[in-house]
Design a protein around this ligand. Sequence first.
Ligand SMILES: Nc1ncnc2c1ncn2[C@@H]1O[C@H](COP(=O)(O)OP(=O)(O)OP(=O)(O)O)[C@@H](O)[C@H]1O
Ligand SMILES: [Mg+2]
Length: 198
Amino acid sequence: MELIKQGAEAKLWKDGELLIKDRIKKNYRIDEIDSKLRKTRTRKEAKLLEKSHNLINVPKLHNVDEKSMTLTMEFVHGELVKNVFDELNERVRMNLCADMGKQIAELHNNNIIHGDLTTSNMILNKDKLFLFDFGLGFESLRIEDKAVDLHLLKQAFESKHYLHSEKAFDNVLRGYSAKGDKNVIERLKKVEGRGRYK
Ligand SMILES: Nc1ncnc2c1ncn2[C@@H]1O[C@H](COP(=O)(O)OP(=O)(O)OP(=O)(O)O)[C@@H](O)[C@H]1O
Ligand SMILES: [Mg+2]
C-alpha cells in the first residue's frame, strides 16, 4: 500500500486499483466528539457515493468499515482537475465546465448536495470527469442549499483559476441549465448579491 495523500481529514492509500480513505483522529477534538464526527462523515460519504454512482461519475464504493472509519473505493486514474484546469485548451476547458454543470445538476435533481465543490475534488480521466470527496455532502430539497453548492464552486474558481473563472463558471451554468432547475440559478444570483453587500 502506498500513501498518496495526507489530507485535512483523512489519509488516502492506494492499494492496486483500490483507494482507501482512512479518517484520522484529530487530537484537538475531544475523543468522543472526534469519533462521532468521523463515524458520521464516513457513513454519510459512503451513502452519498452509493446514491451518486447511479447518477454521475463517482468512484465505485467497495467497502465501508465503520469500526476503523475507512472507505474502500475504486481508484480513479487521471489528473486532478485543479492541476490541469488552467493548461487545458480553451474549448476543452469550457466543455469540461459544462459537464461539471450537468453532473452537479444531476446530483441536485436527486437532492444530493456535494458540499465541497472544488477542482481539488474532481479527477479528469481521459475525457471523463469524476467527482468525489462527499465528506461534507448532505441531502436536501432546498433551492438555497443547491445555490450555495454552486456558489462554492464559483468561489473556488475565483481563488484557484482566476484567469478563467468567469467564462468557466458561465459554462458550468450552461451545463446546469440544460439539466437542472432554473430556480437554483435564479437563487444563485441572490446568494451572490448577499455575499457582495453584507
Ligand atoms: N477514488 C480516488 N481515486 C484516485 N484518487 C483519489 C480518490 N479519492 C481521493 N483521491 C486523491 O486523494 C486526495 C484527497 O482525497 P479527498 O479529497 O477525498 O480527501 P480530503 O480529506 O478531503 O483531502 P483534502 O483535504 O486534500 O481535500 C484527492 O485530492 C485525490 O488526489
Ligand atoms: Mg478533498
